[in-house]
Each structure stands twice: as structure tokens, then as C-alpha cells.
Write a protein that binds this ligand. Structure first.
Ligand code: HC1
Ligand code: SF4
Length: 574
């Protein structure tokens, strides 16, 4: 231990600790901007490029960045001296001097960390007017907008993309003032191997990286009297949306969500959870089929589109490993424009399916050529949780005080198994609940598989079904997925089934969710809420969903049958 003094407070701290960490222990806040420390992900962005955490070292007459300066024995630190405060303010003023002054119309308005800092540090005018950058926005992809003019070179996105996701898409290009962050040679995002996981967007402090806004497309569809507009909401929305209306993280808003969607004027309000149950019918059948017929093992879940892009780009030799099931929201789009259209006597060409998703990659997924070749068979528009909250505000809906209501039928019923899709481990737990009963013919009494739960990046468990030990692997975060995929490629994997989600925590931590600004507890609270929602359901196994059973009886025939293959399964391309 060493002795230091911060703002006259004497304290003992472990050797090797930074001034920022020591101040935190002393309950003293030092503002930061480029710094990002996501403990669970072991992600520390330590570029010290912004200098917003400058503190003064007394006796040494120096100003240092607290995030990278180690505390040493006898150090006397002032975080609140005039020199330190002025240096911090100057750092922010310098950033603002060449930043586009368009806060009113910026997608990050009121969510921007640079903007909040300017307020917190009392910046009232900018003493210098610097040269402005004038780069074109990259609007090439269906998912992400890259606006280099708003980049403050914090490099958080780069650390996230390279170290956590191991995708290696983003890095610094150019030198000096003209340096920007982007794919190698600054090629358009759409031509890179970006998975559109959106984790770079989730950690960008400004609007240098944001999702493409598709809200206007939804408003246009809703105002077209010729269109029948159907909406669906992903499992992870119901435990996160409330945050954007001042509610505590982990507040469950399922009933309010259904009411809000009806008030917005959607013709039918369906639930992606219904399709998650449908996915389990297909995926559990596929797993059993592969196990019983010597098929390719392990089978990998396929509902996360960023993960699908990742395997296509990075492991093209393994494309026969993922399940061929389309993701639940795409399945719901298909069933809406076939079964539902037929049942209601609607022209599928006049149906517009909107997905409200926690995910940015779902935008690119809905635009995939093999899924769009038949336009009467897919999802038309995807908006994120954040975009959807904006729409509710535009519509003047007092979300917090809405009464509860239910989803519409016949595609609105769901079980607890489908809700847990929203968290890492949930898809495979749901599949096991069904596979167990189908293989044994016995009732599964305890449906909660605690060994598959948690937040660790890689987890595993073994479930005994009849005389078989089914070995399950789970990865969340693409860097963790890479490790399991390398084992498969090298013939070392012993799993029967693996669930992979690209985002840390699964969809609850999706790139389109409310920003948590580095507070990992927020994602954990969303996870607890998902499990609570599962426990509150009467039915907790997908194959017990009465509307799913009716769908098979009236339209699809049997799970993993001919009609299912035609409508609910897909293929992957390198
Ligand atoms: Fe997900 Fe899924 S769980 S991928 O994480 O399989 O986005 O929530 O909607 O499609 O159901 C996301 C969430 C979501 C799909 C389902
Ligand atoms: Fe990297 Fe994901 Fe961002 Fe693409 S979306 S640049 S893969 S972090």
C-alpha cells in the first residue's frame, strides 16, 4: 500500500492504482470522456487523448491525466484546483472548437457525453474557432452511420471492435488533424467485414457512430391508408424501454408497450416472443434431428444476425454448423405475410411489417438479399429501442402512465421460454426445455437451468436427457464466440449445441438499446427482469404455446417439415 493525499484527504491505496481509481475510492468524481472501463468485459480504453480528467500534482507543479497516471507514494493531488479545472475546461473547449455546432439536430442531442461535459464544466463560450472537418458521412450500410466530423478520437469504438468483438474493422486512418477512425483504407462500411453488432455505436460518446434512422419510414407506412401495418417487439425491449422514460433499469413495461403501439395506430400489434417460441419448435427439432441422424454437431443457434455475419466473414468453412432457422423476427414477418394474410384475407403486398429491436444488425438482416428476394415474405422496417422511444415522444404518448394491454392475436401469445431469448443463455435454455420433453416424453418439472445462466462471456453446462449427456456451450460477445469457433474448426469442440450472441449480455445489451454510459449494472438489471418475466408466465415451454400449436395444425404441418423448410429456414453465404 502507498500513502497519497487527494484534495486534503489522506488515504492508503494499493500500489499500481491510477489517480482516477484512487479518487473514485475516495468518493471524488473526476470527469472523463475518452476513458472507458467495462470491468466485466475487461475493456479499458486508455488512450488519454481527451485530457478531460486532468488533475494537478502539488509539489511537482504539473498537470497530468488521472486515467493513466499511477498514484505514487507521497503524491499530493488536487482535482479541484483552479489550474486543474481550467485545464479541463480548455480541453473541452478545444474539442468544441472544431466540432460541428449542430446539437439541436444531432442524433445524440441530450445523450452526448461531450455535450454533458460542456454543461458540467460550465463552458459558456469557446475562445478559439478551429478549422472544421468536412468529411462525407458514410451512409453506405443499412445499419450504421459514420460521421467522422463528430469523432473526437477517443478510440472507444476501436477498442470495443478490436479487443472485445475481435472484428478489427475500425482503426485510425491518416495523421494529425485529418486523422479519422474507419475501416482500412477508409472503404465504405458496407464493403468491410463489419457485423453491424453496433457495439461501437453503444460506446461512442458523440454521434460519430449511430444507427441509421428509419423512423420516418414507419410514420409513412402508418399514414398510408392502403397499407396494413403490423408491428412486433423483441423480447429485450420490454425490460429496457422504460429507461428512456425515466423508469428504473429492469422495469418491465410489456403491457404499456402493447398499449402504446395500439395508440400509434398499428393495425396489428404482435410479439416477437411468439416467433421465438416458433423458432424453438424448429430449432429443437433440428437439434434432435442432427443428434439422431449423425448430423453436424455442435449445432449453433442462428437468431443473432451480427453473429451470422461474423461466421460468414471470419469462418466461411463452418457455414454448415449454424442452425438453418431464420431468426424469430424474420419468421414472424414471413408468417404474417403468409398465414396471417391468408387468415385475414389481406394482400401480402399491402402488409408492412415493422420490427422494434434492441439490435442494429437486424436492420441489415432484414435487407439481406436471400430474405428480400420475395418481398411478401419478410420484415420491411426495423427500428431500435432508441428510435422507437423517439417515435413515442413524437406522438406525444405519455408512456410512463399508460395502462397495460395485451398483444393482438393470433401472433401475440408467448411463453416464458421465448422471453428469455432476450438474455445470453436464454435461447439454448428454451430449446432444452422443449428438447427434454420431446426426447423423454416426460414432464420437465424444473425449467430453470441455473448452470446456463449468468453473464460470463463463455459458459457451459451438461443436461442429462434419457441416457445422453447433452453438452451445451454459450458465448456472448464476438471475441468469446471466436474462441468456441476456433475449437470447432480445429476439431476440439465437444459440445452438442452452442448459443452465440454477438452483444455482451445478449440482446439486453444490444447496440440499439438505451445507452448505459458504461454502467454495466444496467444490463444485469435487465437480465433479472427477463427472468422475472419468465417466472410470471403460466406457460414456460415453447411447445405449450396454444397459438403455435394452432399455426402448425392449420398451416405449417409438423415442425421441421416441408412447409417449415420453405418458410422458416434459410442458408448462409461467405
Ligand atoms: Fe433478440 Fe431474437 S432474442 S435476436 O436477441 O432471437 O434483437 O430481444 O428479437 O429475432 O425473439 C434481438 C432480442 C430478438 C430475434 C427473438
Ligand atoms: Fe466493429 Fe461491430 Fe462496430 Fe462493425 S458494428 S465496426 S463489427 S463494433
Amino acid at each position: 500500500m502507498i500513502n497519497i493525499t487527494i484534495n486534503d484527504q489522506k488515504m492508503q491505496v494499493p500500489e499500481g492504482i491510477t489517480i482516477l481509481e484512487a479518487a473514485h475510492k475516495a468518493g471524488i468524481r473526476i470527469p472523463t470522456l475518452c476513458h472507458l472501463d467495462l470491468h466485466d468485459l475487461k475493456l479499458v480504453n486508455k488512450t488519454a487523448s481527451c485530457r478531460v480528467c486532468t488533475v494537478e500534482l502539488k509539489g511537482r507543479n504539473s498537470l497530468v491525466p488521472a486515467c493513466v497516471t499511477q498514484a505514487t507514494d507521497g503524491m499530493i493531488i488536487r482535482t479541484d484546483s483552479l489550474r486543474a479545472i481550467n485545464a479541463r475546461r480548455m480541453a473541452v473547449e478545444l474539442l468544441l472548437s472544431n466540432h460541428p455546432n449542430e446539437c439541436f439536430t444531432c442524433p445524440k442531442n441530450l445523450e452526448c457525453e461531450l455535450q454533458s461535459l460542456a454543461k458540467e464544466l460550465g463552458v459558456r463560450d469557446i475562445k478559439w474557432q478551429g478549422e472544421k472537418m468536412n468529411y462525407e458521412k458514410d451512409l453506405s450500410s443499412e445499419a450504421i452511420v459514420k460521421d467522422p466530423n463528430k469523432c473526437i478520437m477517443c478510440r472507444r469504438c476501436e477498442t470495443m471492435c478490436n479487443e472485445v468483438q475481435t472484428c478489427g474493422i475500425l482503426s485510425a486512418i491518416g495523421r494529425g488533424f485529418k486523422t479519422i477512425v474507419g475501416p482500412a483504407f477508409n472503404i465504405p462500411m458496407k464493403d468491410s467485414s463489419c457485423t453491424y453488432c453496433g457495439q461501437c455505436v453503444a460506446v461512442c460518446p458523440t454521434a460519430a457512430l449511430t444507427e441509421i434512422n428509419h423512423t420516418h419510414k414507419v410514420w409513412e407506412a402508418l399514414s398510408d391508408p392502403d397499407k396494413h401495418v403490423v408491428v412486433q417487439v423483441a423480447p429485450a425491449i420490454r425490460v429496457a424501454l422504460g429507461e428512456l422514460f425515466g423508469m428504473e433499469p429492469g422495469t418491465i413495461v410489456t403491457g404499456k408497450l402493447a398499449t402504446a403501439l395500439k395508440r400509434m395506430g398499428f393495425d396489428a400489434v404482435f410479439d416477437t416472443d411468439f416467433a421465438a417460441d416458433l423458432t424453438i419448435m424448429e430449432e429443437a427439432s433440428e437439434l434432435i434431428h442432427r443428434i439422431e441422424n449423425g448430423g453436424k454437431l455442435p449445432m449453433l443457434t442462428s437468431c443473432c444476425p451480427a453473429w451470422v455475419k461474423f461466421i460468414e466473414h471470419q469462418f466461411p468453412e463452418l457455414l454448415d454448423v449454424p442452425s438453418t432457422c431464420k431468426s424469430p423476427h424474420i419468421m414472424l414477418g414471413t408468417i404474417t405475410k403468409t398465414y396471417y394474410a391468408k387468415k385475414m384475407g389481406l394482400d401480402p403486398n399491402k402488409i408492412v411489417v415493422v420490427s422494434v429491436m434492441p439490435c442494429i444488425a437486424k436492420k441489415a438482416e432484414a435487407a439481406r438479399p436471400e430474405l428480400t428476394k420475395d418481398h411478401t415474405n419478410n420484415v420491411d422496417i426495423v427500428v431500435t429501442t432508441r428510435e422507437f422511444a423517439t417515435m413515442l415522444k413524437e406522438a406525444g404518448i405519455d408512456f410512463k402512465n399508460l395502462p397495460d394491454s395485451d398483444f393482438d392475436h393470433p401472433l401475440g401469445e408467448s411463453t416464458g421460454a421465448s422471453v428469455i431469448f432476450g438474455t445470453t443463455g436464454g435461447v439454448i435454455e428454451a430449446a432444452i426445455r422443449t428438447a427434454y420433453e420431446w426426447l423423454t416424453g416426460e414432464e420437465l418439472k424444473n425449467v430453470e437451468f441455473n448452470q446456463l445462466r449468468g453473464m460470463a462471456g463463455i459458459r457451459e453446462g451438461t443436461v442429462k436427457i434419457k441416457d445422453m449427456d447433452i453438452k451445451i456451450g454459450i458465448a456472448n460477445g464476438l471475441g468469446n464466440a471466436r474462441k468456441l469457433l476456433e475449437d470447432i474448426r480445429d476439431g476440439k469442440s465437444t459440445y452438442h449445441a452452442i448459443e452465440i450472441m454477438a452483444c455482451p449480455g445478449g440482446c439486453i445489451g444490444g447496440g440499439g438499446q438505451p445507452y448505459h454510459h458504461g454502467n454495466e449494472e444496467v444490463v444485469k438489471k435487465r437480465q433479472q427482469a427477463i427472468y422475472q418475466e419468465d417466472r410470471s408466465k403460466t406457460l414456460r415451454k415453447s411447445h405449450e404455446n396454444p397459438e403455435i400449436l394452432k399455426l402448425y395444425e392449420e398451416y405449417l404441418g409438423k415442425p421441421y417439415g416441408e412447409k417449415s423448410h420453405e418458410l422458416l429456414h434459410t442458408h448462409y453465404e461467405a
